[in-house]
Design a protein around this ligand. Structure first.
Ligand code: GLN
Length: 309
């Protein structure tokens, strides 16, 4: 475990410098054109601990598009609203398929495999759009509360770009609606989903916002209950089995922490009872996971012996 914080600061610095040409092995997501404009050489990493430390290096204060990392927060809100009935509409199994795959969804009659692939996150977006008078505002204020920063914003450029290139997500949502598993109107579901994906935050903010998952559902900074202890265990289980999409098995094998990636290049990893790592570098591998982000998190986890298994 991490004993000496100043030692960790040095380690993060040297891990980042070892990655300075590695980002060239990946490619920045361009199926959402606004994401393709982010400079690929940026990289940052932060480790926040439940006892109040934050250790950071590189471009750790540069805001980036959180994309699928937002699926964790949407899931927390939906679990809080729906309780166990949520699990009649979405399952908790790994999909073994790319994050935006549609094939399984028809075989399985419009019930998504889990809440962190796109189909499952759209289902969660439907729950939020149907249960809140303004789900987008509720989501934004949840993020501002967790990050303790009222200036957190939606990047309208990314939002418009997702909307204009969102045909596959629309297809997933319409297919689920055809099976009766979506309640709201599809444009409202998509609008909520693209809004939450378009929020920008930096590594420090994301690491701190997720401390409740390392601390049994309670935000250690103010003792607020963000979700139940049982739900924090369940979310970490889903992140362990599905958070890195069809690379989740390899990630469990080589890193061993509950984690979630986004196509903006961010990855968060939960260290139960200790803290959260957030790494960011835009170029992605073929699974949609940040190449450098994976290396940084795996470097920290192996160096400090953090695997939960
Ligand atoms: N907004 C992205 C999409 O729907 C999120 C995907 C991701 O980050 N993996 O494709």
């Amino acid at each position: 475990m991490i004993k000496d914080i100043s030692d960790l600061t040095l380690k993060l610095k040297s891990m980042l410098s070892s990655q300075h040409s590695v980002y060239l092995k990946g490619s920045v997501a361009d199926y959402i054109p606004a994401l393709a404009t982010v400079p690929p050489q940026l990289m940052g990493v932060s480790v926040a601990t439940i006892d109040g430390h934050i250790v950071s290096s590189g471009d750790d204060q540069v805001p980036f598009s959180i994309q699928s990392i937002s699926k964790i927060f949407g899931l927390v809100m939906a679990m809080n609203r729906m309780g166990d009935s949520l699990w009649q509409r979405v399952r908790m199994e790994p999909s073994g398929q790319p994050f935006n795959s549609i094939i399984q969804l028809e075989w399985e009659k419009g019930i998504p495999r889990n809440p962190v692939i796109n189909a499952g996150a759209l289902l969660v977006a439907d729950v939020l759009a149907s249960h809140y008078s303004s789900s987008k505002l509720a989501f934004l204020s949840f993020m501002r509360q967790l990050a303790n920063d009222e200036s957190i914003q939606i990047d309208q450029n990314v939002y418009q770009s997702e909307l204009a290139h969102g045909n596959r997500n629309a297809a997933l949502a319409y297919l689920m609606k055809s099976f009766g598993n979506i309640e709201a109107e599809i444009p409202d579901v998509l609008s909520h989903y693209f809004t939450q994906c378009s929020i920008t935050m930096n590594c420090q903010q994301l690491a701190q916002s997720l401390l409740f998952l390392a601390n049994k559902g309670i935000d250690p900074r103010n003792n607020k209950v963000i979700c139940t202890r049982q739900d924090s265990h369940r979310i970490n289980a889903i992140l362990s089995t599905s958070g890195m999409y069809d690379q989740s098995g390899e990630f469990a094998f080589s890193v061993g922490l509950p984690a979630k990636s986004g196509v903006g290049g961010g990855i968060v990893a939960i260290i139960p009872n200790y803290g959260v790592i957030c790494a960011w570098s835009p170029p992605l591998n073929k699974f949609g996971n940040s190449v450098v982000g994976m290396n940084l998190i795996s470097g920290i986890a192996n160096e400090l012996g953090l695997s939960i298994y």
